[in-house]
Each structure stands twice: as C-alpha cells, then as structure tokens.
Ligand binder design. Sequence first.
Ligand SMILES: Nc1ncnc2c1ncn2[C@@H]1O[C@H](COP(=O)(O)OP(=O)(O)OP(=O)(O)O)[C@@H](O)[C@H]1O
Ligand SMILES: [Mg+2]
Length: 442
Amino acid sequence: MTDAEPTSNPTPLSGDSSAPRGSASDSAGSGSGDAEGSRSGSSSDSVIGRLVVDRGLATQAEVDAAFAAMRTPAGQIKAFVDILVEGQIVTRRQLARLRAEAESDRTVLRIPGYQMIRKLGAGAMASVYLAKQTSLDRLVAIKILPRRYSGDASFIERFYKEGRAAAKLSDPNIVGAFDVGQVGEQHYFVMEYVDGETVYERIVKFKRLKERDALTIARQVASALKHAHARGFIHRDIKPKNIVMTKGNVAKLADLGLARAMGDKKTAEAERNKAFGTPYYISPEQIRGAIELGPPADIYGLGATLYHMLTGQVPFQGVNPTQVMQHHLSQELTPPDQVAAGISQSTAEIVEMMLKKSPRDRYQNAEELLEDIDLALAGEPLRYANRAMDLAGIATEVEGQAESEMQSSRSTPPKLSGLAIGLIVGLASLCGLLVLLLILKK
Ligand SMILES: Nc1ncnc2c1ncn2[C@@H]1O[C@H](COP(=O)(O)OP(=O)(O)OP(=O)(O)O)[C@@H](O)[C@H]1O
Ligand SMILES: [Mg+2]
C-alpha cells in the first residue's frame, strides 16, 4: 500500500510530459519542418486522433494525413476535427462522442508516487493507465476502480487482502501485482506494465490464431495457473482480454486476485450488455454460484479462451448474457474441429475436455492439462483427454456390438463376443467346482 495523500482531484493527463504514445502526434508531420503546434494540433486533437484509430474509424495514415493537412497551402491553420469531418472520416455526432471520451481520458486521479502517462484501456468496471513509478523509475499499469466500490466494506477488505496476496506471486506468465492503495474515495491496483496486446486484440486482428500459437498461449496460461493454484489462487476470470502478450510472445495473465475481490456476481452484473463482456468464458459452477471453486473453473475459462482462439468464435453464444449462461449450463458443445477446418483431433479433444460441464470430468489441475498440451504439441497420443475418449469409445463400441449381435441373431447363427465367452467359461468352471464339491461330500 502507498502512503497516498487523500485527494480526489483529477489531474489533466495533458499536464504530464508524455503525449499519448502511438498517437497521431507522435507520427504526424514527420519530416516536416513545421512548428509543433501546427503539425500535431493540441493534445486533445492527439487524443481524438488516437480514439479515431482505436475505434477503427480511420487508419493511422489517414489521421497522420489529417494532421499534415492542418496547415493549408495559404499558410492558414485549419482545425483538425474539421478536416476529419470534411474528409468524412467521422460525423459530427461521432465527434461529439469521441470528445466526451477524450475529456474523460484526459482527467485522471493524481496518485502520489506515480506520474500518469496515458490510458491503456478500459474494461466493464475499471480503467487502466500507464504510469511511471517515480521512486523506481519504472513503467507500471494502474487500474483505477470506480467510486461505487468505495461504499462496499466487504469488497474493500477483499481487495486489499487479495492485492497483498497477489503481490506474493512471482511467475513469468503472471502480470506482477505491485501495490494497492486509495486516493480519496477511489481505490487503485498497481501492476507490471506489459507492452503488447491482449489475446482479444489478436483474435480481432487475425480472426483465428494458428493451432500451434493458440496451444502455446494456452500452455503458458496453464503454467501460470499451476503457479497460482499451488498458492491457493483461483483466477475466476480467465478470458482473452486478461491475457496480455509481450512483444516477444510471452503470455501474461492479468488481474489475478482481482476477480475474487470483486465477486462473480458483480462481474456478471457489470458486464451485462457489454459487447464482449458477456460471460462467454464463465464456468457452469460459477454460474450456479458455487462458493468453493477449484482449478477446473479456471481450466474451463481457459478452454473457452482456447476455443475462441482456434475457431474465431466463442463456444456458446446467445442473444443476452442470461442465454449465454444457460447455454454454458446445458447446450452441447460443437467440437472446435467442426467449427473450423484444420484443427487436429488431439487439440479438439483437449478443448472438449476443458469444457466439460461438470468440473469432475475436466482436467483436475493445470499439471494434467500441461501434460496433454505438451503431448499434442509433440504430436504424441494424449494421456488424459484420450483416456476419457477411450472410455467413451469403449462404451459406444460395446453398445454397438450388442446392437449388431441382436440384429445378426435374427438372420445368422449367433456369434459370441469375448465378454460372453469369458462369462460362459467362468460359469462352466463354477458349475464344475460345485459338482466336484458335491462328489467329495458324498
Ligand atoms: N498490466 C497491463 N499492461 C498493459 N495493458 C494492460 C494491463 N492490464 C490491462 N491492460 C489493458 O487495459 C485494458 C482494460 O483492462 P481491464 O482489466 O480493466 O478490463 P478487461 O480485462 O479488458 O475487461 P473486464 O473489465 O471485462 O475485465 C485491457 O483490455 C488491456 O488492454
Ligand atoms: Mg482485465
């Protein structure tokens, strides 16, 4: 925890030395000898430029061109936003919405010891900012929770308890938790900054990931889970947006400790009606409100994430969160290899086992899952998923055999299965034994 002075005064982000990284102002006018102001516009233009790109309304090149067009050939300065509207990149209405968003982007809590740099993203419940921890001169990510949590004493207690516990975890595949604290009425969580993109962004970009890449990401997350589970942590919110990939392709699991603090009910409530926040990855036992969750709950979330990476779609869909949850509970899973071509049988079997409705039928722990993923990556037969498939296969085979025997008995002389022969031999020996006993008695 920090010794943060209680103050809830928002600070304009533009007051910080750093303009949004990767924003239009970084690249605008490169090679031009124009004055800074005329090239990149105001910092609010920069934020608008970034939002326009983030929302997919324009490419970075188009935004750069708009910045470059601010100075007219006659030497006058044109407003950046007017260029966007005239170029039909955004409508006035979209612009008004982006402006409101830019405004909330520019104001953020001042947290003693940290210099806020820019907003990294926002989820259903909180916003995450890039900041510099001045004492250690390192970049960190700070999640700022909304004020509405401040009145919830049990939440705050859990938040600090979980935050302290999460800070003890240390694993290359887990986003490190550094600090929890409070400024005025708001609580925040300081964590390791991962300079990269989330798995969700990768899925959006590529639609589907290559099987090997998806398995490798799942393997890294399973390894993170092995570490966390061994220390008593169940993540409870495994999903593509909570896996951040470094530039070197290392998967890092984020938000460990936060989901438990917030509670599943709150998560589902806050996620209601969010385009991608609906409970696409939640396990059936969490939907049923199980109090004691075990490793299989996280294995289910990772299974749904792996399904999404491999097929480009979530395992269960629905018109609203309630329907999605109902489908998790009772709808039969369409095997991933029936949704997308080119998925190996082993991988499909792993995913199916991860997504079994009952936690008892899933991998029981991350170690089992890791073993099967490694076997799949090596092209060898699976140990756990195969076994489950074999038992099911044997049952089907026996049923099928009985069926065909019944049919063939109508037309052809009956054939005896191995099991039946065994039974007859067993019975015959028993009879023999009984006869022998009777003879001896006489
Ligand atoms: N440690 C981090 N380093 C870099 N970026 C991060 C980090 N943590 C979060 N982010 C970014 O901030 C975004 C918002 O994170 P946040 O956890 O608030 O929401 P979410 O996980 O996307 O969704 P939800 O609110 O549904 O959990 C993430 O999608 C990610 O892009
Ligand atoms: Mg998150």
